[in-house]
Design a protein around this ligand. Sequence first.
Ligand SMILES: [Zn+2]
Length: 390
Amino acid sequence: MSQYDPRTSTGIPTEPVGSLPRPTTLQAAYAAYDKGEISKAQLEGEQEEAVKDSVQRFEATGSPIISDGEQRWSSFATYPITDTLAGTGLAPMLGPGGQFFAIFADGHGRQLPRLERGPFEYRHYAAESLAKSIPYANRPMKQAVIAPSMLDLLYPLKEPVDGYSREDFEAAIVDECERDIRKAFEAGAARVSVDFTEGRLATREDPRNPWTGAGLLPHFIELNNRVMARFTAEERVNIGIHTCPGGDRDSVHSADVPYNNLLPEMFKINAGYFLIQLASERDRDPVYQSISENLRDDAEGVAQMAYIGTCVTQSPRPESAQEICDQLVRAANFIDRQRIGSTDDCGFSPFSIDEKPNHGSPDYARDVAFQKITNRVTGTRMAAEKLGVS
Ligand SMILES: [Zn+2]
């Protein structure tokens, strides 16, 4: 495939974050596989059907770049280390009972496995799924990968792992993230974005979840920059960072954390572009302002781009194309219009098992997601016309 130009079809670039709700039948297949009622081949058959449907419907939205909806993944964070959220296919150096990655506003939590011994390595790379999905696609595909800062939470916060130092572990996760990104490009990804949802959460100071009070944000930035340093400026133009306050069961984990705890730090990551949750912010103008102040003209050779989240992924109400256009035009009052893109606030369903309670069902949530994406594409084109960006 020739070099992807994100401006070609919409003027202002537009790109999804990555995930889509898994169909009810696929979620049932995951549960049946965990119970031993169906084989791995049967689960993979259901995943394949869901990917085909996702790619086809994604292309019908008109989006210039699509994803496979992460239908084969246990979650955005755990795809390298486990086949299902219940722990079937867990990597051998891990065990149950790790830290909570997040406790969400509705009270539910998502717990990570725990590193029991070294050395750490991925069982699966994102490219394995992409390589299977790309033959179904007629448009460029993006690939999301997980940040080293998320996997850093596999290492217990206080006590060391026997015979495996945190330093050795962190060297391994930086190597693996680099490999994950490179393999995705080799498999044909036009763009790769790194999911960094733990960034905003890192300043939450939630007493129920000790790592969020441990002052880890600067360390997280450093880990991500160790990965970025492995890539040339030319490569980093197409490597993004995604930030959000989380999204699971239509609930969030850090929407109440001031965005400015994160944003000035986040843009220190030498990535080429950022996919930034924004539509669900109560007060958007200060966020646009902060982006304009902190977006860097020269991030080690790259002028950073800010992709503005224009669709609320927890809400079943599709934003109209006009609303999306208005958000982008408003953003351009603060941010250089040539440096603006559009995106969704988050993946539409980062975890494989997600009943999407605000939507009533995951199948309906899929319909809503495609409608939102369709409107985002149209609204982005309208904003580009209005702003004279081509
Ligand atoms: Zn997100």
